[in-house]
Design a protein around this ligand. Structure first.
Ligand SMILES: [Fe+2]
Length: 182
């Protein structure tokens, strides 16, 4: 049976209710990979006819999670950033995204002086999803035509987040989460 967006949403609700911690988010990652195997969903959400930009496919008013389609208009390399008090699951649909996971080594959690080191780097290929938990820091780098589906624990427009300037060795608050696809 085809795994639809509606089925995915129901399963995410159940998974996040059953486990409010990392295990629930890992389940969302697995479910997103299953959803991305549905070619009709991918075509509708992020296919050639889908509108360019970021659009909300679903927001759960009870649990707070959001499903977003990212039809990126151009190649982009983000700075390292977190998702504040939220988590994020990225599911690659078209082309790829190079992911780098970082760790803060200065012991801080707030804006200001900050040092980072790379934990690991890998490429998300179509059909694959990665989970970035609360407080995790990552950067993304994708080519022209890369498209992905992202699930966040909360609407990031209302979450205070940090981005990192590794050259200047500092963390700054992201003023508007809608400015990028990070
Ligand atoms: Fe991100």
């Amino acid at each position: 049976m085809t795994y639809t967006l509606e089925g995915f949403i129901d399963d995410c609700r159940a998974a996040l209710k059953e486990n409010a911690g990392p295990a629930g988010r890992e389940k969302v990652r697995q479910l997103l990979e299953r959803l991305l195997a549905n070619a009709a969903f991918v075509d509708t959400a992020v296919g050639p006819q889908a509108p360019i930009g970021t659009r909300k496919l679903y927001e759960d008013t009870e649990m707070g999670f959001v499903v977003l389609a990212h039809c990126n208009p151009r190649p982009h390399r983000s700075p390292p950033h977190d998702h504040g008090s939220s988590w994020a699951v990225y599911g690659q649909a078209v082309k790829h995204t190079d992911m780098t996971e970082w760790r803060r080594t200065d012991g801080g959690t707030a804006a200001g002086a900050a040092d980072l080191e790379i934990v690991r780097s890998y490429r998300l290929e179509p059909g694959k999803a990665g989970v970035y938990d609360v407080g995790a820091i990552h950067s993304i780098d994708y080519p022209d035509g890369s498209r992905f589906v992202r699930v966040t624990g909360r609407d990031l427009d209302y979450v205070q987040r940090l981005k990192f300037d590794t050259a200047a060795r500092k963390a700054v608050v992201i003023e508007s989460a809608t400015a990028g696809a990070g």
